[in-house]
Design a protein around this ligand. Structure first.
Ligand SMILES: Nc1ncnc2c1ncn2[C@@H]1O[C@H](COP(=O)(O)OP(=O)(O)OP(=O)(O)O)[C@@H](O)[C@H]1O
Length: 470
């Protein structure tokens, strides 16, 4: 795939969607800062005409062509950058082996190459041989956000299924409806040359006839619905399940509701069922529990200092009070060339917010609009902190820092949130809004936990930041 054609297709996407970004942001705040403009169908920035900007002279042609060049360069650079990182032995994307050497079925190899994957990442190179080994081996695996865990366990399930057996053989549990759908989409793309393998989604809204056994080979869903399908509605025979995958396994084990349901499902499965647990974070207590539940597992674990990614630059902006956070956010967004951004805040903020209060259909629609670039900014709560994979997210803002029940920094949620950018080697920004001594202390806690500095950002120096990620 040539870089130019890729960049042009991004411009066209930008062109067809930028105006809706303005509408969306207008809902969020009418005084849009200068610098957010619509684009014409060729992806060129055009002077804003229909939204009252917060002042600023109309842009000149030179500024527009510079911005276009930056967008093209940074996006094309990201693609080249991924290949560079895959040749860097210290990168989590580096692997010695090729996909051929992982002994995947030819039709899966075709699916992988069709997705544009050239080489496996480290987690894929290490985990796939363990997951495909005979006799089956259990695995508890940790790898940084955006390094290909979903692709790894998806390939394991697609390799494991015996299509001639018309019953459910693989269960995959995810903590949220959006994530379950996303995993299924990855599997459908990877398995496009395996039409005989079928899957369905055990999520709210997907109604099945009770007592009629499913014939789909793979079922992906959230724990509550999956438990009902295995026990109450008996449309899955748990005794016939031979592979059980927990994505975001730490939250599936550590969150009371998820844990009870995951354990109840696990108890229904045959003891020889292969168990695969994946996450970017595992607190020590969770590791201990996982090793109790998973017999004789292979373990792939990161050192604490490996958990954050160098490709994600982390900053904080000092605000005097809560109200100032919003104008700082507008200045930040208006001053940067951001393809797409995710803004995390606690429940209750009065903006168009993707949160648990929406119905699952509403949430799926918002995510899909964001994924296809129809919306440039997603304001959300932790419901989207994990796993959501949108390549064009170059900026994550913690409008409110994540805290645990005791009011201390929630380091795992922080890591997952900033992991929504910098996906698979691309560069990304994470900016934290600090408006009090307390939130400054939270920043210090996060720095100490990951042994990574979070620099103060002066909104006046955005040009240098621009160069940092372009
Ligand atoms: N071998 C590969 N080569 C190129 N791109 C890849 C490869 N594996 C995965 N990707 C891409 O990288 C992105 C991140 O992959 P994936 O979602 O599997 O990461 P993850 O580790 O599951 O992330 P998270 O921890 O956030 O759940 C996706 O867009 C995926 O298509």
């Amino acid at each position: 795939m040539s870089g130019d054609s890729w960049a042009v297709s991004v411009d066209v996407q930008e062109a067809s969607t930028a105006c809706s970004q303005l509408d969306f942001l207008k809902k969020v705040d009418p005084c849009l800062p200068a610098g957010i403009r619509g684009t014409d169908i060729n992806g060129n920035i055009e002077p804003q005409t229909d939204v009252s900007l917060g002042g600023g002279p109309p842009p000149d042609l030179a500024e527009q062509s510079l911005l276009n060049k930056l967008i093209r360069r940074s996006l094309v650079r990201n693609r080249n950058q991924v290949e560079v990182l895959q040749r860097d032995p210290s990168s989590p994307l580096f692997s010695v082996k090729t996909f051929e050497e992982l002994r995947l079925k030819p039709e899966l190899l075709r699916g992988v190459y069709c997705l544009g994957f050239n080489r496996p990442s480290r987690i894929q190179e290490n985990a796939l041989p363990m997951m495909l080994a005979q006799p089956p081996q259990n695995l508890i695996a940790q790898s940084q956000s955006g390094t290909g865990k979903t692709a790894a366990f998806s390939l394991a399930m697609l390799s494991h299924v015996k299509p001639e057996n018309h019953w459910t053989q693989c269960l995959c549990i995810a903590p949220t409806y959006e994530l379950a759908l996303q995993i299924g989409q990855v599997m459908e793309q990877m398995g496009k040359f395996c039409p005989e393998v079928t899957l369905t989604y055990a999520v709210r809204g997907n109604r099945m006839q009770r007592g009629v056994r499913l014939q789909q080979h793979v079922v992906i869903g959230t724990p509550g619905t999956l438990l009902d399908w295995c026990s109450k509605y008996r449309i899955i025979d748990p005794k016939l399940i031979s592979m059980f995958v927990l994505d975001e396994a730490d939250v599936m084990i550590a969150t009371q509701g998820h844990r009870d349901q995951s354990i109840r499902i696990h108890r229904l499965l045959p003891k020889e069922c292969q168990m695969l647990l994946f996450s970017a974070t595992f607190e020590d207590s969770v590791w201990g529990f996982a090793e109790k539940v998973v017999p004789d597992p292979n373990i792939i674990r990161l050192r604490r200092e490996e958990e954050t990614l160098d490709t994600i630059k982390q900053f904080y902006i000092l605000c005097r009070e809560e109200e100032e956070k919003f104008s700082a956010l507008c200045d930040l967004y208006g001053g940067l060339t951001v393809a797409q951004a995710m803004i995390f805040c606690r429940e209750g903020h009065q903006v168009a917010l993707l949160s648990g209060e929406l119905t699952v259909e509403q949430r799926a629609d918002v995510i899909q609009r964001f994924r296809t670039g129809k919306e440039k900014v997603l304001v959300t709560t932790n419901v989207c902190s994990r796993g959501i994979d949108v390549e064009q997210v170059t900026l994550v803002v913690n409008f409110d820092l994540p805290v645990d029940m005791e009011g201390n920094a929630d380091n795992e949620t922080y890591l997952h949130r900033i992991g929504r950018t910098g996906r698979f080697g691309r560069r990304g920004f994470a900016v934290n809004m600090v408006d009090s001594e307390r939130s400054m202390e939270l920043i210090r806690q996060i720095e100490r936990h990951f042994n990574r500095s979070i620099s103060r950002l002066d909104p006046g120096s955005l040009q240098e930041m621009e160069l940092l990620i372009s």
